[in-house]
Design a protein around this ligand. Structure first.
Ligand code: GLA
Length: 727
């Protein structure tokens, strides 16, 4: 397993436990992709066929051989300008203004461990867990180099890709499009699965056939976005949740992205994942280097469920970092939906009293604690404590909360600025705005130019002086608008600003994490507007959605689960009628749904009846008990909430000895039919006992025949059942 190079045939083979990936250096020095799929032995070179194809040109050295064309052959890193007319991974503007690009093999090296990317998030692994292949390609005319990076994590069935573009020439070049991964398939009918959405309804599932022409998703918002998640699946048309061939492509970046899939003239499929090319025109001076963010690939021959579990394992242990990668997460109560901007220091302490009594672990003070921030049209950028509102210092508030046996957490939104703020009055030139034009506002706010070190440093210092003076053990990092008016006063090269902005955010987060290694940072962008693998490198959990309605959450969390592990999903029980939908759902159902992640509350317990408060106590006890299974167990989607009357999922411990089954009834009808839910991932020969009833089943029966769900009157009832293997 790992990486092999066959000298004679010049073939690279990347092997994981269940998959193989192969490409070769051909006689002209081009890299031709040979195969990615179920693990095979031997050379897959025989798969390539060569025919004279009209209007598909030939490289000069092919001479009279008209059967060799870049327009037809599968490639590792297709570039614009060498006769490939499909979507390419790289568009370069050379120093002479030409768009030609002719990358040929110039060398390679293979080493133990996983490469890292300077200034960018990336999958990491111990030396014994991964191998790296670097292939150097060179364009002889311009002396530009592309170093293709491949990381192989055999146990996770994961292959990562990234690219370093280096200018060894004497003229400045520009990068106008850059992708880190291309998958070329020689034949087959594929479906494209993507996750679209909007604020309060992120990551909705969509499956459609790949057909002739290009279908593209992406974000031009400067963030990965609510609208399209930078993670997709290419699936054999017959693939299902539990069977069939499928491939995942996940972009490890929190800014704009572009994903294109195309069926070409010969019914070959190409999928390309990379940076958003609009507004990208990145300067590459002599000796300059540009890193294309990583794409994480996986391949499953057992359907989407296995694909998801490959990602979950990889992201949990090889992307998330810090103490909370492995530690259980505190059950928190967040002040936002409890009281929005209406809190005072004493109301927060009342919340803390209730939280402590009910068995929670942490109180989070959300938006409104700083500057003159009493509503959302002011004070962003003024990161000093509003002591008048709190009736004391933040340190005192934190102490008082700690005294009640609870941790204390705080909301921040460092990238933003309100025009009505001290910071704006002092530094109006720090915002992203085009000189001579009025900027686009979002939620009344403007965006700080985080591509600038000096801007970041000032905000960093302000925030640190708050965090240094109070025992803050959690921070929720928010970002509440899309970026427009891309312009930095610090550079003449505006085509670099969006990329540099994201690297600025990463730089800030890296410093914050280093300075407060024990602090838990939760990512957020109006809920799940920046729920991506890039953020997970800095924030091991992310607020999944501003929509806390349990029924909508079944779908949102279903979509999220295709790539991101439950340990990363911030999920809270909120009040009813729900603030986003007005829907009434029982407390029990809200609890079951929120327990599919990092659990908490988003309500004022004082407004609940004693009976409800008792129920919450019980929920928290249950969550504390099941947290190891939920955060570390294998995740199985058992139904599709888009197609079935139930939403069902289960957590199964790695040794298959424990199972937590969760079912939400999404529909109710007169004279209702019975719904059966089939489990997955159990030991077929094992005997499983259901807690509470003492009923026993074989693993095989639970998987092959399933369990009937009760029919009870009422909407959105939920069932949570725990099974332990007894034999
Ligand atoms: C965003 C977040 C919410 C809350 C508010 C505060 O919308 O997603 O959870 O923090 O901002 O303004």
């Amino acid at each position: 397993m790992g990486i092999q190079f066959q000298e004679e045939k010049r073939i690279f083979t990347l092997q994981t436990e269940h998959t193989a990936y192969q490409f070769k250096i051909d006689s002209f020095g081009f890299l031709l992709h040979l195969y990615y799929g179920e693990r095979t032995e031997g050379d897959m070179d025989y798969l390539l066929t060569y025919y004279d194809r009209g209007f598909s040109g030939n490289p000069y050295e092919a001479d009279r051989d008209r059967t060799y064309s870049m327009d037809v052959l599968p490639q590792e890193f297709p570039c614009m300008g060498n006769g490939d007319y499909r979507n390419t991974a790289l568009v370069l503007k050379n120093g002479d203004g030409a768009y030609s690009c002719d990358f040929r093999y110039a060398g390679h090296r293979i080493y133990k461990g996983k490469y890292a990317l300077k200034g960018l998030p990336a999958v990491y692994a111990a030396e014994s867990q991964a191998e790296t292949l670097e292939v150097v390609l060179e364009d002889r005319a311009s002396r530009l180099q592309a170093v293709l990076l491949y990381g192989v994590l055999p146990k996770c069935d994961i292959i990562t890709r990234s690219v370093r573009i280096i200018n060894k020439g004497r003229k400045k070049a520009y990068i106008e499009k850059a992708a880190s991964a291309c998958l070329d398939f020689l034949y087959g009918n594929y479906d494209f699965i993507s996750f679209y959405g909007r604020h309060c309804m992120e990551r909705c599932f969509q499956r459609m056939p790949v057909s002739h022409g290009t279908y593209s998703i992406g974000s031009r918002r400067g963030t990965s976005s609510h609208q399209y998640n930078p993670a997709v699946i290419l699936a054999d048309e017959h693939a299902t949740e539990t069977a069939g061939l499928c491939y995942g492509m996940v972009f490890v970046f929190s800014g704009g992205f572009q994903m294109e899939v195309e069926k070409d003239q010969f019914n070959q499929t190409r999928a390309v994942m990379g940076l958003q090319s609009e507004q990208l025109c990145y300067p590459l001076p002599p000796e300059g280097e540009f890193i294309v963010p990583e794409t994480v690939l996986t391949c499953s021959t057992e359907g989407f469920g296995q694909l998801s579990r490959n990602y979950h394992r990889c992201f949990r242990k090889h992307l998330c970092r810090g103490k909370y990668r492995d530690a259980l997460r505190p059950v928190l109560i967040n002040s936002w939906e409890a009281d929005y901007f209406g809190f005072t220091g004493s109301s927060i302490l009342r919340l803390a009293d209730d939280a402590a009594r009910l068995g929670m672990d942490m109180v989070v003070l959300d938006d409104g604690w700083f500057g003159e921030r009493d509503n959302d049209d002011c004070a962003l950028g003024d990161w000093y404590v509003n002591e008048k509102k709190l009736g004391g210092t933040l340190g005192e508030l934190a102490e008082n909360i700690n005294r009640r046996g609870l941790k204390f957490g705080l909301w921040i939104e460092p990238e933003m600025i309100s025009e009505n703020s001290q910071l704006y009055r002092e530094h109006p030139d720090w915002v992203m705005a085009v000189p001579g034009r009025k900027p686009v506002r979002g939620r009344y706010q403007l965006v700080l130019d985080f591509s600038r070190e000096d801007v970041r440093q000032t905000v960093f210092d302000q925030i640190c002086s708050v965090l240094d003076n109070a025992n803050v053990e959690y921070v929720k990092w928010d970002m509440n608008r899309s970026i427009a008016d891309v312009y930095s006063l610090k550079t003449n090269e505006q085509g670099r600003v969006l990329y540099d902005y994201v690297l600025g955010v990463y730089d800030f987060l890296e410093k914050l994490g280093k300075r407060y290694p024990d602090m838990l940072i939760e990512g957020c962008s109006g809920g799940g507007g920046r729920y991506d693998a890039g953020m997970l490198y800095y924030t091991p959990q992310i607020w999944c959605s501003d929509n806390t309605d349990a029924v909508d959450r079944v779908k949102i969390q279903y979509g999220t689960s295709f790539f991101y592990p439950a340990s990363t999903v911030g999920a809270h029980v909120s009040a009813v009628p729900n603030h986003q939908t007005g829907r009434q759902v029982s407390l029990h159902t809200r609890g079951v749904v929120a327990m599919a992640g990092a659990f908490g509350y988003e309500l004022d317990p004082a407004k609940l009846s004693p009976r409800e408060q008792e129920e919450i106590k019980e929920q928290i006890r249950q969550y504390h008990r099941f947290a190891p299974l939920i955060l570390n167990g294998d995740y199985y989607r058992l139904t599709s909430p888009y197609e079935e009357e139930t939403g069902a999922w289960a957590f199964v411990s790695e040794d298959k000895s424990e199972v937590l089954l969760n079912v939400v009834m999404l529909e109710i009808h007169g004279n209702m039919t019975t719904n059966y839910v089939k489990l997955q991932g159990l030991a077929p020969e094992g005997i499983y006992e259901e807690e509470g009833t003492g009923r026993r089943y074989t693993g095989r029966a639970l998987m092959a025949a399933g369990l009937p769900m009760p029919i009870e009157l009422g909407e959105y009832l939920a069932y949570q059942m725990y099974f332990r293997r007894v034999e």
